[in-house]
Design a protein around this ligand. Structure first.
Ligand code: ZN
Length: 287
């Protein structure tokens, strides 16, 4: 059965303005069916036996066996498959273990600790949406955050980007979150407007001080002078998220009545998460 036949509607309906693309078809290679692995064990044994034979019978002037190569970090990223089963229908995403663990603190802990998942190489995420994980899966291999519609890569809409940030934040994926933040900034600047339908979702699934919250509030403040600036359509979703209104009021107060200055965020890095000592991103050209 292919994933296309198996995909559920997910946790989000069209009414939530989530793009319901058909995920691309990628072959999911079970760990024990990965091409070539059936002979790898024998090859390893052969190398090991050879190395022992060499070390016991041949003087090695270099102090180490020339037959046992230490895996490079890049090679280790792609050394083994794990399977992430997403949503109630357990859609199977096969991913290289090292690649996933390098990108996510959650998977790093789940797949390398003493949990059962570390032994089985299988992690179940029944509450998550396969369409969201499809975007993450694509990003892991291409470093592009794109959705797929009618077989073509297309930019993600705002609601999808918010969902991707929430997922990445939950899974401890700062680089992925930074990418979604940059794309949100691009969309807000390109469309030169703000939207409100995702506010409650964003505030309910992030904590105080979250880069997503900060960016959304900053975007609102950039586009408006005060609450009276908003169209009546904005108020139901805004009133459904009192914490957002509180953050917005604080931001207006901090601006002390100055009018909006620029519809341009010159320093996206202020909404990024970087590890200690990691270099900050360059500022954009102002205009
Ligand atoms: Zn940055």
């Amino acid at each position: 059965m292919t994933r296309e036949n198996n995909l559920p509607g997910g946790a989000f309906s069209a009414a939530d303005n989530i793009q319901q693309e058909q995920p691309s078809s990628r072959p999911m290679i079970p760990k024990n069916e990965e091409p070539g692995t059936e002979s790898l064990g024998a090859a390893k044994n052969t190398v090991s036996t050879l190395a022992k034979t060499m070390s016991s019978s041949v003087s090695n002037p270099f102090g180490c066996s020339p037959f046992v190569a230490k895996p490079s970090p890049l090679r280790s990223l792609y050394a083994e498959y794990v399977h992430i089963l997403v949503g109630p229908k357990k859609i199977d995403f096969g991913i290289h273990r090292g690649l996933l663990c390098q990108a996510s603190k959650f998977f790093q802990a789940a797949l390398n600790g003493s949990f059962a998942e570390a032994l089985t190489g299988i992690v179940e995420l029944p509450e998550e949406n396969p369409y969201i994980f499809e975007n993450v899966h694509t990003w892991l291999y291409t470093k592009e955050v794109k959705s797929i519609t009618n077989g073509e890569d297309v930019p993600c809409n705002v609601n999808r980007l918010v969902e991707l940030f929430i997922f990445g934040d939950k899974m401890g994926m700062p680089t992925f979150c930074n990418e979604t933040i940059d794309l949100l900034i691009d969309v807000f600047e390109k469309e030169n407007q703000v939207v409100a339908f995702f506010l409650a979702r964003a505030w309910e699934n992030t904590s105080a001080g979250s880069p997503l919250r900060k960016l959304l509030v900053a975007t609102y403040v950039q586009h408006t002078n005060d609450l009276e600036s908003f169209h009546a359509d904005f108020f139901p979703p805004m009133l459904a998220c009192p914490d957002f209104l509180l953050d917005l009021a604080k931001a207006y107060s901090a601006r002390r009545g100055d009018p909006p200055k620029k519809r341009h965020i010159a320093d996206p890095c202020q909404y990024h998460q970087h590890a200690e000592g990691e270099e900050r991103c360059p500022k954009k050209e102002t205009f």
